[in-house]
Design a protein around this ligand. Sequence first.
Ligand SMILES: Nc1ncnc2c1ncn2[C@@H]1O[C@H](COP(=O)(O)OP(=O)(O)OP(=O)(O)O)[C@@H](O)[C@H]1O
Ligand SMILES: [Mg+2]
Length: 410
Amino acid sequence: MALQINATNPEHPALLLELPWHLPLEDWPQEYLVPLPRGISRHVVRYARAGDEVIAVKELAQRPALREYELLRDLDRLGIPAVDPLAVVTGRTEPGGEPLESVLVTRHLGGSMPYRSMFETTLRPATMHRLMDALAVLLVRLHLAGFAWGDCSLSNTLFRRDAGAYAAYLVDAETGDLHPELSPGQREYDLDLARVNISGELLDLEASGALHPSVDPIEFGTEICARYQSLWQELTRTSVYPAGKYHYIERRIRRLNDLGFDVAEMQIEHASNGDTVTFVPKVVDAGHHQRQLLRLTGLDAEENQARRLLNDLESWMATQDDYAPGDPLGARPEVLAHRWVREVFRPTVRSVPPDLRGPMDAAEIYHELLEHRWYMSERAQHDIGLDTAVEDYVRTILPRARTTLQPTED
Ligand SMILES: Nc1ncnc2c1ncn2[C@@H]1O[C@H](COP(=O)(O)OP(=O)(O)OP(=O)(O)O)[C@@H](O)[C@H]1O
Ligand SMILES: [Mg+2]
C-alpha cells in the first residue's frame, strides 16, 4: 500500500513528506524532533518540525486515527478549544515492506503544558482550583455542542495561560462522540468519568509526592463536578421574571458574559404571572461582537461596548411581535436591528444635548447610558427604564464629567 497523506491544508503534505515515515515513531532520529514536555499516553507521541511549525505526531491504528482526525475537525468547526488536526498518514511501511501503524498529526499547541509538568513544582491549591475551573468550562462547552468526551482527564487536557487565568484545550478526542444534543444521562456519565479519572490522576501525584499536602484528591474530583453543575445550571436554566422586568434579564446576561459566554438566542414567553425566559448560550471569539454589531446595524464600536449594545438589541428584539428566530416567516434580524436603530438607538442618543457630548461618538454615548441605567437599576433593585437613566445622566453625570475634563483656570 502506498504512503498516503490526508491533510486539511494543501501546503502541509509537501512539508510532511520530508519526515521519515518509513521508521517507527520511536526510532525517529533526533534531528527531526523537538524536545518539549509530553503527557502520559498509551500511544507513542513525538513532536517534530514541519517547516515553521511544530507538530505532534501520534502513532495509532488507521481507523481510530481517521476517526479522531474527523472528530477534531468537527470540534474545530464548532469553535471548541482543542488541538488542530493537520493530517492523517496511512500506508506506512518499513524499507523491508513491514507495515507500520498510521499516524495522526496535530499542530503543537503553543504555550501549553501537560498537567504533569505543571505539577513538577508543587502547585498551590489556588492554582489547582483555577485549573479545575478551566476544565469545567471546557467540559460544559463540549456538552453544549453535543460532544460526549468519553475520557475526560487531566492527561487528555492541555492548559494554557489566559490573561491571569487558565484555558483548557482538549487533546485526545479518540473516545469522543458527537450528537445533535446530549441527554442528562449522557452528560452525567461523562462527568462521572471525569471525576474518577481526575481523582485517580491526583492520587498518583500524591503517591509520587507532587501534590500539595492540603489537597485531597477525592475532594478535587467532586469539586470539578460541582463547578460543572453550577456552570451548566447558570447557562441553561429557564428563568421566570416578573412581567416586563428587563433588569432581571440583563443581570442574567451579564453573569453569562462574565463567565465567558454569550447569548446566541433568547426566547421570551409572556404569561400573566411573569415572563419565562430561555437562553441559548454560546461561546464567542474575540472581536465577535464588534463584527456582528457592524453587520447588523452599521455601528462601529469597541468590543465591550458592542457586546452591551447587542445585548440591548437582543432583549429589545425579543419583545417585538414579528421576532421569530429560525422561522422563515419572522422578521430578519437585520430588519429588526434597523428598526431598533431608528426607534430606540437614535432617539436615545439625540436626547443627550450635542454640546454636552464632548468627544463621545453615538455608540459610546449609548453604551454609557446603558451602563448608567444598569447602575441605577442595581441601586433601586428594579429596572428604572432608559428614559429615567437618560434624564439622570444628562442632569447629574455629564456636567460633572465636563468640569473634570476642562483645564483648571489657575
Ligand atoms: N497537538 C498537541 N500539542 C501539544 N501536546 C500534545 C499534542 N498532541 C499530543 N500532545 C501530548 O501528547 C500526550 C498524549 O496524547 P494523547 O492523549 O492524544 O495520546 P493517547 O495515547 O491517545 O492517550 P491515552 O493514553 O489517553 O489514550 C498529551 O497528553 C499531550 O501532552
Ligand atoms: Mg490521552
